[in-house]
Design a protein around this ligand. Sequence first.
Ligand SMILES: Nc1nc2c(c(=O)[nH]1)N[C@H]1C(S)=C(S)[C@@H](COP(=O)(O)OP(=O)(O)OC[C@H]3O[C@@H](n4cnc5c(=O)[nH]c(N)nc54)[C@H](O)[C@@H]3O)O[C@H]1N2
Ligand SMILES: Nc1nc2c(c(=O)[nH]1)N[C@H]1C(S)=C(S)[C@@H](COP(=O)(O)OP(=O)(O)OC[C@H]3O[C@@H](n4cnc5c(=O)[nH]c(N)nc54)[C@H](O)[C@@H]3O)O[C@H]1N2
Ligand SMILES: [Mo]
Length: 762
Amino acid sequence: MKNGVPGVSGYQGPAGGWGAVKAVSASVFSQKAVTRDIIAMFKMNQVKGFDCPGCAWPDPGHRAPMELCENGVKAVSWETTSKKASPAFFRRHPVSTLWQYSDYALENIGRLTHPMKYDAVTDTWQAVEWDIAFQEIGERLCSYDSPEQVEFYTSGRTSNEAAFLYQLFAREYGSNNFPDCSNMCHGPTSAGLTRAIGLGKGTVELADFDHCDLVICIGHNPGTNHPRMLTTLRDVAKRGAKIIAINPLAERGLERFSFPQSPKEMLTGQATELSSSYYQVKMGGDASLLKGMMKALIEMDEARVLLNQQPCLDHEFIAAHTAGYQALYDDLRQCHWAELEADSGLTRSQMEDLAHSYNKSRATIICYGLGITQHKNGTGNVQQLVNLLLLKSNIGKPGAGICPLRGHSNVQGDRSVGINEAASDAFLQRLEARFAITVPRQHGRASVESIRAIERGEAKALICMGGNLAVAMPQPQRTFAAMQKLDMQVHVATKLNRSHLLLAKHNYLLPALGRTERDLQATGIQSVTVEDSMSMVHASCGSLKPASPWLKSEPAIVAGMARATLTRSPVNWEEMVGNYALIRDAIEAVIPAFHDYNARIAAPGGFRMDTPASRREWHTGNGKANFVVSQQRAVERQQQPADALVLATLRSHDQYNTTIYGLNDRYRGITGRRDVVFLNAAEARVRGLAQGDVVTIQALDDHGRPCEDRAMCGLTVVIYNMAAGSIGAYLPEANVLLSLDAVDSESLTPAYKSVPVVINKT
Ligand SMILES: Nc1nc2c(c(=O)[nH]1)N[C@H]1C(S)=C(S)[C@@H](COP(=O)(O)OP(=O)(O)OC[C@H]3O[C@@H](n4cnc5c(=O)[nH]c(N)nc54)[C@H](O)[C@@H]3O)O[C@H]1N2
Ligand SMILES: Nc1nc2c(c(=O)[nH]1)N[C@H]1C(S)=C(S)[C@@H](COP(=O)(O)OP(=O)(O)OC[C@H]3O[C@@H](n4cnc5c(=O)[nH]c(N)nc54)[C@H](O)[C@@H]3O)O[C@H]1N2
Ligand SMILES: [Mo]
């Protein structure tokens, strides 16, 4: 305790270091996980090991032993816990009692061990035989008027094999409704990059970080969310290349890092300084900041051309490879510095400095995360990043490119194998041809549309391949109520969470094997495959004894539901589940990019999916890389009252999305609590607030009017080094302040990082 506020003390150390080591052992200990096994797994050669469910950052070539990272150990010990949510536990704990548990306590009950069905008479979950569960689910699915009344949600831990079977099941049944966790994070990446460069993914690979002069980290927090990236950034900094951070909050993981696997750094307390400069953009101000940088760059370019000096822009590249430059140029020339300054929160000279640093670099990588995507103009933001890169031909050469930091460890792979509500006709045709089935052509629904359809009563059933959909989506006031209107919900899960307790008329909870566990099928132990943030596809093979003998693998659960539902299916579900190599053969037949799939994953480290933009092949409508003008001028900000702030929902260090591992947020100096709101000192002062004050936050609508039903009280103010005009509070608690209708117009990704609010002393 410091300044008299319990649990708020600030953090002076580097990212990583002893704090990470302590957290690792605490996590293993608290979950009573099998320590020896976990350590052994992390030491195991990755080629034969499991893929870490922690995040989608690639492993260095999959040749070295897996890096031991705090995030990974937490995820693994959370999965390998010896605690169990058994039928006996559920008999003693009715759902009305479980509802009172915190999100942490719910998952902390332990692993689900049996398939369960909800019994309304006793208000309890009761064990049910697998075959009976499948049978009943199949019958219900056949009872609906239309297959379009069913939503098939995927959370991004699902393997390529399970995801492919899942979409096959849904499509053969007749639904293209694929709400997906990527609709909540990198929807704008898929939409924005596809239009700009003809590839909805990043263009860089890990080796590019060895050749860049500059890495710009904008809107992401690697210390917490991609800790293994810190090792890469440390190498970049150590060889003298520059790192620039652009983030409203001073995040320790972007400032300095002590490498836990370096005995020297650990013993001497040394740390590597990461960012050479740090720019605290206002929340939601990135488009303006990027425009400012580009405006400064073209002004510098013109001045140099006049003086016969080396230009700043690569005009040859622009002429040969791109379209839309003139429109971008015109837009940048006519926009006003005063507006860019007001909207970004940075001064003109700061934006000019950024442009100078960018201009000096021969090869630049831009890494970005949810600070860029989760806004109403998320897709536009992503396109501004591409514009900036294209001006200096920073796509398609060594050491340069765009690097979205994906979330869940296989969120990218799930989309590659067909989890997509708007799949191409070519894909659907090949699916039909391979399996002799007919699938619907009409586009289906993504996450926000699915929730709205459930809310309207149009969707009757929801099947969830993992995740915690109702809690992950904005505005529980609406999503929770919607879920309770469903006729049926089926959750394939490893642990209990709140979405499971939002009861429909018929409810099933189907326990799945985790990624660390041995998956034994008819032809022997199976591996699955996953794709990381840099398009590397590799095998993952669990080795631990399953948490319970009744668990089934995700592919087996999908096949069980499919066989019970599609009684005349020509698909040989059983054969594919008996041997996952056959699922990969089918993926290869339907998606040409997976050619020689089984052979290529047998190679150490797997293979890289084709990324045509990395070799300057632009699979866009016009065959060019496209500059896209940003239409944004923070209109909403103008319509808000003078005392309005922009709220971003944040992850603490001790959580993985809706999974709360503990109550600390180490790098932000918060211990044992989550009921806080981060605010800068000046904003607090003008409101008469001080650290420790208890406040209410009230959301505002687009016209600046308070929304009575979107408020949060009892939050404690923490004065934090962050941009003016911005505040932060933790998800999922702060989801009550969000609106299901505030979404990126192109991808429908919720604006989780820009909610207009006012703050008042309670
Ligand atoms: N430990 C842990 N690891 C995770 C996850 C987790 O919850 N816990 N989640 C996983 C998932 S699914 C995902 S998608 C990724 C998410 O990883 P990140 O993309 O890093 O996501 P966040 O932590 O939500 O937000 C990142 C940063 O955005 C900044 N920010 C907020 N608003 C703005 C803005 O307007 N502009 C800019 N420039 N920055 C802004 C915040 O200050 C914060 O530092 O991480 C994955 N890894
Ligand atoms: N306010 C706010 N809300 C957000 C965000 C934000 O930044 N702000 N971020 C959004 C983002 S980026 C995302 S990705 C979503 C996350 O949304 P989801 O992916 O839906 O949620 P998770 O919390 O990752 O899911 C946790 C559950 O997954 C299940 N699970 C874990 N491992 C496995 C497995 O191996 N198999 C199966 N079948 N189940 C498993 C467990 O039951 C666990 O309870 O949340 C979004 N919500
Ligand atoms: Mo995510």
